[in-house]
Design a protein around this ligand. Structure first.
Ligand SMILES: [Zn+2]
Length: 342
């Protein structure tokens, strides 16, 4: 089968800018990544194709060589290409770009989580210009338990990112030869576990910025930042509504009828609270200051709970007598307020 044109693979035109090549690549890589399409062989093949096309088109020298020779040109090792000496053509000229070519080799994942995926996609690559340049910002995602999001806590994210090659200090060359450590890339990949402080009151869908944990700076530039999207795991009992927390508390018929003092669970611990005599099912109560501290400062929300009146399942003649007695105490038809003519 004929090899597709790299520009066509990325869906860009021939004169496209470096930035647009990258943009097209990111969009496709996110769509086609194996982690997003588990078991999809077609997506996997497309992903490799995209990766390979990007490896060539992102690089000024490799791209120039490709523009000139196309796929039919002399095979060369794309890793070695791109030094100031021009594209480094391999001696045999047979390497070419196979489907599982060198481009794909450079793209490994440590695990299936999205943090790793984005860490890779947004990793800093080499640039063509010559002054100091700040590193790229990286993006990741973490899942935070409800309690930690409300009260604050820590989380960790495994990130595979590129850092400046220690051997050549990012130049890609040692003296007159290609750097053996990074093979001319100027960067090497490393895995890092990053501890993230979860501020009190963190919202689902929020973003935490971690300065300096992005891609490496280039030629003395500062590193980029890491932006972590936060997904809050729903709680099996509590629900958050703005800065308030909602819950439901079961009570007995006697507690509802005669009034009582009960334990109400809140995210800050159990609170002793009064149930007034004559409490109705689904009646709502408020515990001030037992909610979420506003992440933008100061104010703290409330804990709101409603009660659910439980009816005993055990049937006895005495129970029926007691229920009959209660029945005689209603001040009229309990369904009197239902809308008519539905
Ligand atoms: Zn190096």
């Amino acid at each position: 089968m004929a090899k597709r044109d790299y520009y066509e693979v990325l869906g860009v035109s021939k004169g496209v800018s470096e930035a647009d090549v990258k943009k097209a690549y990111r969009r496709l890589a996110r769509k086609l990544h194996p982690d997003v399409n588990p078991g999809d062989k077609g997506a996997q093949k497309r992903f490799q194709e995209v990766q390979e096309a990007y490896d060539v088109l992102k690089d000024v020298e490799k791209r120039r060589a490709y523009d000139r020779f196309g796929h039919a040109g002399p095979g060369f090792d794309p890793r070695a290409a791109g030094g100031p000496g021009g594209p480094g053509f391999g001696p045999g000229g047979a390497a070419g770009f196979g489907a599982a070519g060198p481009g794909f080799e450079g793209f490994h994942f440590e695990s299936g989580d999205l943090g790793d995926l984005f860490g890779n996609l947004f990793g800093g690559g080499r640039r063509a210009s010559s002054g100091p340049e700040p590193g790229e910002d990286l993006r990741g995602q973490i899942e935070v338990p409800f309690r930690d999001a409300v009260l604050g806590g820590t989380a960790s994210l495994s990130l595979r990112r590129e850092k400046e090659c220690p051997t050549c200090e990012g130049t890609g060359r040692v003296g007159k030869t290609v750097c053996p450590t990074c093979r001319g890339e100027g960067v090497v990949a490393e895995s890092e576990r990053i501890k993230i402080k979860i501020p009190e009151g963190t919202l689902d869908g929020g973003t935490i910025r971690i300065p300096g944990k992005g891609g490496p700076g280039h030629r003395g530039g500062p590193p980029g930042d890491l932006y972590v999207a936060v997904r809050v795991t729903p709680h099996p009992y509590f629900e958050r509504q703005g800065n308030d927390i909602l819950g439901v508390v079961p009570i007995t018929i006697k507690e509802a009828y005669a009034g009582a003092e009960i334990d109400v669970p809140t995210i800050h611990g159990t609170v002793r609270a009064k149930i007034p005599a004559g409490t109705q099912s689904r009646q709502k109560f408020r515990l001030r200051g037992k909610g979420v501290r506003d992440p933008r400062g100061g104010a703290i929300g409330d804990h709101l709970y409603s009660v659910r009146i439980m009816v005993p399942r055990t049937q006895t003649p005495a129970g029926t007598d007691a229920a009959t007695l209660l029945d005689s105490l209603y001040e009229g038809d309990v369904r009197a307020d239902l809308p008519k003519g539905l």
